[in-house]
Design a protein around this ligand. Structure first.
Ligand SMILES: Cc1cc2nc3c(=O)[nH]c(=O)nc-3n(C[C@H](O)[C@H](O)[C@H](O)COP(=O)(O)OP(=O)(O)OC[C@H]3O[C@@H](n4cnc5c(N)ncnc54)[C@H](O)[C@@H]3O)c2cc1C
Length: 458
């Protein structure tokens, strides 16, 4: 048993924890980064990166199916999951080596093992105590289930879905949020029959309703089935599949059930409550400086209530490091965080939805404009449909950018600059967008909202 002292002790080496470690080391602090599994956490090993690799294989499958439309003679035959998984794991391995090397090159002590908060500023790992002048809690999240719905066998979460070495013939997805629709999209492209079950009235219910409806239209066209506003009642497993009962009395059969009903904070049994950290239903409560109720103890990432996104975790980690170093960083505005759902078509947004904007500023003080991608040359070339919807305060800045269409996730960077820099449509209308790009649809939408539409019929 040994005692070690550092400026900063970080529990959890995922997006939030490792970003805090890297920035703290840059700022000259001594850092201990405690990780029980692998640096990179959920995002790198079980989240963002592996799912996006599968979505790329899915895109290649769709392009191959449609190749003849573009005069290319190719034929889609089947998906070889062994190769898909090898391609995916190769990406993870390269990024993991890169991250491990980066961390190793800095004055950061990586401690392998499971840590527990045993005093407000001490984490104990394998009997050794790591005490920090400041402590950052960043232990991430896990796939949640519903009461009475046990994970196992043919009832799986995203963790097991990523481990599959076959394409299911028929699959049910419980939950029409980000993770649910991404897997639905992957499996449909791979050749599965897919049905999504969502208790709320729409798919991706946290988005502007127009995007939800746009995605529902697109999924219908793709043959992805979904049941909205209907609640799950139970599941039975048998040798070859599952039978899911819904509260409306219907029963659905499939080979697998993916449970994608959200992610819970990974905080149970880690000593947080015992040490007096204020919590709410397992989440760690912080103020806008990401400080808990205990001075010198901070929290970052999915354990802090709000958007559970990797880039939010990175930003929070950087913020805390700068806050501890006395740099007085600007507080993170959650509404300014871009969100992307990488299904086909993609859904991307930043800022306020139309409904939220009207609620916040008054129904008559907000204008919206929808630019249809039918008027965008590059979208026509790619064969994608969709739109860009802008929300502005009357005589004021753009406060929401909402998009649906293939590859629109790549456009959200400009959307987030517009919203976060509080640009007026008239400002953006003077900026030149390259032709022919999908990006110029953003320019066109702002031209129209500034009262001078170019390639727009309305
Ligand atoms: C399928 C899926 C797809 C996703 N796709 C996206 C996406 O496209 N874009 C996006 O922005 N976000 C995505 N996310 C969300 C993203 O992965 C998370 O928001 C992000 O990983 C949160 O970072 P974190 O640092 O809070 O936690 P994590 O990344 O979960 O890291 C926490 C780390 O703490 C470690 N740990 C936990 N307890 C202990 C302990 N007691 N001792 C030592 N170590 C411990 C864990 O091993 C883990 O490495 C996705 C998530 C999933 C599941």
């Amino acid at each position: 048993m040994a005692d070690h002292n550092f400026d900063i002790v970080i529990l959890g080496g995922g997006s939030g924890g490792y970003a805090a470690a890297l920035r703290s080391a840059q700022l000259g602090k001594s850092v201990a980064l405690i990780e029980k599994d692998k640096l990179g956490g959920t995002c790198l090993h079980r989240g963002c990166i592996p799912t996006k690799a599968l979505l790329h294989s899915a895109e290649v499958a769709d392009v191959t199916r449609e190749a003849a439309n573009y005069g290319v003679n190719a034929q889609f035959q089947s998906i070889d999951m062994r190769v898909v998984n090898k391609y995916r794991d190769g990406i993870i391995d390269r990024l993991f080596k890169g991250l491990s090397g980066l961390v190793a090159s800095k004055p950061i002590t990586v401690v392998s093992g499971e840590g527990k908060l045993t005093a407000p500023k001490t984490v104990t790992v394998n009997g050794d105590n790591y005490t920090g002048t400041n402590v950052i809690l960043a232990t991430g999240s896990y796939s949640r289930s519903l009461p009475g719905l046990e994970i196992g066998g043919r009832v799986i979460t995203s963790d097991q879905a990523l481990g599959l070495d076959f394409v299911p013939n028929k699959v049910l997805v419980l939950g029409g949020g980000v993770i649910g629709v991404e897997f639905a999209s992957i499996w449909k492209s791979f050749g599965s029959e897919v049905t999504i079950i969502e208790g709320l009235a729409h798919l991706v219910p946290n988005e502007d309703e127009s995007l939800s409806k746009g995605l529902e239209r697109a999924f219908r066209k793709r043959g992805i089935d979904f049941k909205l506003g209907v609640r799950f009642a139970g599941v039975e497993q048998h040798e070859n599949g599952v039978v899911v009962s819904l509260e409306d009395g219907n029963k659905l059969e499939a080979e697998l059930l993916l449970v994608a009903v959200g992610r819970g904070p990974n905080t149970a049994g880690l000593g947080y409550e015992d040490q007096g950290v204020a919590m709410d239903r397992g989440y760690v409560l912080t103020n806008e400086r990401l400080q808990t109720n205990i001075p010198g103890v901070y929290a970052a990432g999915d354990i802090v209530p709000g958007l559970q996104l990797a880039h939010r975790g990175f930003q929070q980690g950087i913020f805390i490091a700068e806050e501890i170093a006395g740099l007085n960083p600007v507080a993170i505005d959650e509404t300014g965080i871009p969100k992307v759902t990488y299904c086909e078509p993609e859904v991307a947004s930043v800022g306020l939805s139309e409904a939220k904007a009207r609620e916040t500023y008054g129904a008559d003080n907000v204008s919206v404009y929808e630019y249809n991608l039918a008027g965008n040359g590059k979208s026509q070339i790619l064969g994608t449909a969709g739109f860009i919807k802008l929300v502005r305060r009357n005589n004021g800045p753009v406060i929401g950018v909402h998009m649906i269409g293939s590859r629109v996730g790549e456009q959200i960077g400009e959307g987030q600059l517009i919203v976060n820099w509080e640009a007026y449509p008239e400002d953006v209308a003077t900026l030149v967008h390259a032709h022919p790009t999908m990006n110029e649809a953003i320019g066109e939408a702002h031209l129209a909202l500034a009262g001078k539409p170019l390639h727009a019929h309305a």
